[in-house]
Design a binder for this molecule. Sequence first.
Ligand code: DC
Length: 232
Amino acid sequence: MSKTAKPDPIRSIVIAVDGTAASGKGTLAKKLAAHFGFAHLDSGALYRLTALSVLEKNGDPSNEADALKGAQTIDFNRAGDPAIRTDIVGKAASQVAAIPAVRDALLDFQQNFLAHPPGGSPGAVMDGRDIGTVICPSAAAKLYVDARLDIRARRRWTELKAMGIRRAEQDVVAELEARDAADKSRPVSPLKQAADADLLDTSDLGIDAAFAAALALVSPKVDGALKDRHRG
Ligand code: DC
């Protein structure tokens, strides 16, 4: 049996933020964590670090042995390294993420983070693709963040430009579309909205408006969970 099928033993208050690439989920997750005083983990960084490790060893991100070795040799100190934010690493991250052995190798780290949020915080916010569906189905609050493809591509294009990477916008559109299709169609832990997740479409929202909308959806659930904790 794959480890990804094991029940999650998480008792802390978890906000799961899943969604498509460049939907704004990372920014929202960070702001939610700051608002509630919760720990935050960008799970995509784990797949990106795995991909970086494979590429730096001249490995093949779609090869199971290479990808698993990458997951086992992640350098967490590089989570803030701009090198993991390039589109080449993003594409390779999507490839390693489709390999069940890689997902299994990263599962414990993610569930431990949620069960024991760093800094003794009562809760954690994690963003990714399968947080509400696989990593923590019992999360107190779940958001599924999405936006129209053209809007997401413009955001990613602007991000890349700020990093000094100039790309034709239509290439960014095509890459995002391909990556979402791969993430949604893979057999293991595909990207999908959990049945109990709230959908937040950020297409026509700036950061402040998107955060206000996220907070309106999440706050009653988090407040309820905090009250239950104090009672229990
Ligand atoms: O969110 P991101 O663009 O940094 O994610 C990079 C890739 O990692 C994405 O294409 C899919 C994969 N990923 C995943 O499969 N599961 C997660 N929980 C997070 C990311």
